[in-house]
Each structure stands twice: as structure tokens, then as C-alpha cells.
Ligand binder design. Sequence first.
Ligand code: ADP
Length: 295
Amino acid sequence: MVPEFPRIDEEVEVTELEEYSGGSAANYTVGVARLGIRVGFIGKIGNDAYGQKLKTDFLREKVDISQLKIANTHSGTCLIPIDLNGNRQIFSFRGANAILEPEDIDDTYIKQAELLYITSPPIEVATFAAELAQENKVLLSYDPGGKVIRKGLQFIEPVLYNTNIFLPSKSELALLFPQSKEPKAAALHLIETYDIQIVAAKLGAQGSLIVTKDDAIHVKGFKVPVVDTTGAGDSFAAAFTVGIYKQWDLLRCAQFANAAGAIKVMRMGARTALPTLKEIKTFLAKNKNNKQYNK
Ligand code: ADP
């Protein structure tokens, strides 16, 4: 926390300092673990105190870390100063994440999985893992996030060709298709071009739009007081893919995932606020009349 952002050559006093384990992929993994599903993390950390903390936090959440590689460098780190008005800046250092290589991926680990979720490793790693998943009939869900999506459709194409479930946000769909205003049309285009089975578009407070070749359902968001939206997408993705893994129908998956997103935004923090299975069940029971959708 800072009173204001410094200008060039200026110094400001940091008034509060907090340290959290984070990263979209790691938060997703913890989200799945809290829903009671066996899950592992494939990635690289540095041999520093941040890496050690990430590892300890994974272990506490019962995440399998057998595929967590440690490199002789710094761990990926983000520095996020927030001013008194809640504005933030993000300084993102990829660190060990940037040197994850296809050679770091253990084929057998992916082959025995039910579902693989890819965020934003180096694109050659994403492509390698996606092809491996497809060859071995492992369901692949892909959520590269805004920074990768800004590089354009062509950049993520090699992964999209192997994707079963794509999880963009509304603004990311708009970045991919600046000429099409409509998320449904954009989703259908992706489905037809890349043979994707499900596009689950995250619409913030408006909920989610689930599109398949034959159907489109808009499942309205739950009306909740918003405290912090950081990590809502990861919470949604964890719950949605857990629903798919449990072979629920798409409406149930979307309602479950909207609930996971809504619970997250009511609480502070990207990682700490991720709900457990029990919390989602209780929330859904209390909000029965709020489960609206349009076909
Ligand atoms: P991202 O974090 O990837 O930008 P969203 O902001 O769309 O994704 O949030 C993911 C999901 O969390 C949404 O699809 C919705 O289900 C839920 N959600 C997000 N913001 C709100 C909100 N203000 N009220 C209720 N639900 C929300």
C-alpha cells in the first residue's frame, strides 16, 4: 500500500506490505484441490524464499508437487503497489516460469491425467503439452489470460487446435475478434475453426455464456456485494472443470462455477478467497432462486 505512485526519480513510503503465493495456474490448482479433487502442478520455481513459500503452500493445500521443478534462479514474482483510491500498478517478473521447457514435461504424468489445464507457460511448452494431451485423449482446457491473448489468435492457434474447453473472458474475446461485438458469435467462430467442444466465456457480474456447436446458454451471475475481483476467473475455471470432470451437464457446471466466482469476489485476496466444496454447496442452497439462465 502506498499513499500515491512515485513519479520518475521519486521515492514514496510503503505503508503496508503483504506477501501472497499466487499466479493464475497455481491459484487454479489450489481452487481444484479445495473442491476435493486430486490435482498436481507442473511448473518451475526458483531456489529462493518465494519458491519455498509456493511449495509449502501447495503442500498445505494437498497439491501434488512431484512435477514442480526448481531452477537456480528467481521465482516468478509480481509487485503490486495499490494507492489509497484502490488503483494499482503491476510489475510482473516471469523468473523461473520463463525457462520452463518441453523437456521439463513428464509425458507419463500427463498421459495418466483425466484433464489438463493450461494457462500461460512459454507457448512451445503449451503446444507440446496440448498435443500430448490430445494424442492421449486427455481433456484439455485452456485459459491463457489477457497478456497472451493480446498477442493474437495466430499465436495461440497451435494450442487452440488441441483444446476441448476454452475459457476466455468477455474482454479477451473482444481482443481476439475486435470486429465482432457479440461473445456468442466469437465463441461459435472459435468452435467451428478449431473444433473446440465448449467455450465457457466469463462475463464478470453478468455470469457466464456457455457455447457448444449446438447450444448457447447464458447463466446469469449471482447478485453479491463485490470486495475484490482478483482471481474470479481462476475460481470459475477450477469449479467449471471440476464439474466437467464429474460429468455434470453444462448448466450445472456453469451454475457451480458462477457460484465459485461470486464467492471469490465477496472476499479479499486471489488465493485465500477460493471457496471449498462445502462453501459452494451452502451458497447454492441459499441462492436457489438466483440460478437463472437463458437459452
Ligand atoms: P476474469 O477474472 O477472468 O476476468 P470474470 O471477472 O468474468 O473473469 O469472473 C469470472 C466469473 O466470476 C464470472 O464469470 C462470474 O461467474 C463470477 N463473477 C465475477 N465478477 C462477479 C460479480 N461482480 N458478481 C457476481 N459474480 C461475479
